[in-house]
Write a protein that binds this ligand. Structure first.
Ligand code: MRU
Length: 375
């Protein structure tokens, strides 16, 4: 199976998703700023995948903190530091790590998996440092231990994500009637996760069980995650996929060509309202009008129970240049404005069920959600 993220010899290796399907290229990231830049620039994308990358970025920040401290010590001994600003004492280490966490988390604002994973790895590293400080251990040894613990935590996030996706796949496939034609949007597959996928995990499992006769993939303007990535990974697995332009979805539904819609999510509020790729809300409205089940598949790491509903979900706006042109070719007259919200918000009322690794949340979603997500 395709692996979009690899941890190799202390470096994060990312499949560069900007060039798929034409070229399979990898980017090797050495420091945490390079990783957060790769998240911001869409080298790696998809909520769980940016969470995993963010977790590793946090681990790399712990290593950088250790190296900066060592650089400072060398400096005091009269050697050249070469590592930049020196760090002294536990307090400065913690401040450095918290600042790095802020920087990584700011790379993309909508997918809560990013902040969730960064906080989880930061928390693990800080708890190692606090314990070492209490025990009077040396900072150098403590930072090495904190780095090992942070890498372990980042790896755990990655492994757990794959396990969750397989469970989501099994729960979700049971909802798909044999012979179904399924419509999906954006890419919620192996490329967007630690492997297998959320919405595409359901598709994979349902395909294996002969429940699907066709997958329709919205091309997903402006970044074409559907046309480039979903079509690429499904066709590699021999799953029958047909790409449509986003605006064809309503026509297909009106002709009875779609039996259900299944999408991923970037953040789910306590009410069950969902943020996902721009165009998702339109699909949910269309599915509602045509009486077609509309499913959302997401791990519990995508839930943000601290916010009540969609009104509190931050929506990323990306550069208008992504809309003004089509992969380098201008399509909008010079000087004309363009707006590029990258996500939209779908109220829970339009969702037939949310499929998680802990089970399926059925309506009434706000009432059933806490039992499953916290259970
Ligand atoms: O801008 P992207 O490509 O990161 O957006 C991705 C999506 O909207 C996905 O549908 C979502 O993250 C779920 S991925 C399992």
């Amino acid at each position: 199976m395709i692996q979009a993220i690899k941890w190799e010899d202390g470096r994060l290796v990312l499949l560069d998703q900007r060039y798929l399907p034409e070229r399979v290229e990898f980017v090797h990231c050495r420091d945490f700023r390079e990783i957060s830049g790769a998240i911001r620039d869409m080298v790696v994308r998809g909520a769980p995948a940016i969470g995993i990358a963010g977790g590793y970025a946090m681990a790399v920040a712990v290593r950088e903190c250790r190296d900066l401290r060592a650089g400072g010590r060398e400096e005091r001994k009269g050697h050249r530091a070469g590592a930049g600003t020196a760090i002294h004492g536990y307090e400065e280490c913690a401040a450095y790590l918290k600042e790095a966490a802020k920087h990584i988390s700011a790379a993309r604002p909508t997918a809560v998996n990013l902040m969730w994973a960064v906080d989880r790895v930061l928390g693990r590293a800080l708890s190692v440092l606090h314990a070492a400080e209490k025990a009077g251990a040396s900072e150098d040894a403590a930072l090495s231990d904190a780095y090992a613990a942070a890498v372990e935590e980042a790896r755990a996030i990655e492994t757990e994500d794959l396990e969750m996706n397989r469970k989501i796949g099994s729960y979700g496939a049971a909802l798909i009637r044999p012979g179904s034609r399924v419509l999906t949007h954006c890419n919620a597959g192996a490329l967007a996760t630690g492997g297998y996928g959320t919405a595409l995990g359901v598709v994979r499992k349902a395909w294996e069980e002969n429940r699907i006769s066709m997958v329709y993939a919205d091309e997903t303007r402006p970044y074409l995650q559907g046309a480039r990535l979903t079509a690429w990974e499904l066709s590699q697995d021999g799953i029958d996929v047909t790409v449509i332009v986003d605006s064809a979805a309503g026509y297909l539904m009106s002709k009875g060509m779609v039996d259900c819609v299944i999408v991923g999510a970037d953040r789910i509020a306590a009410s069950g309202d969902v943020a996902n790729k721009i165009g998702t809300y339109t699909l949910a409205c269309l599915a509602d009008i045509h009486n077609i089940p509309f499913y959302v598949a997401a791990p519990t790491s995508t839930f943000d129970l601290s916010i009540p509903d969609l009104s509190a979900i931050p929506v990323e706006e990306r550069s208008p240049d992504e809309v003004r042109g089509f992969f380098g070719t201008p399509t909008v007259p010079k000087g004309v404005k363009a707006l590029n919200p990258s996500f939209d918000l779908t109220p829970y009322r339009l969702i037939s069920a949310i499929i998680t690794e802990k089970g399926v949340i059925e309506p009434p979603i706000p009432e059933n959600l806490p039992r499953i997500v916290k259970g």
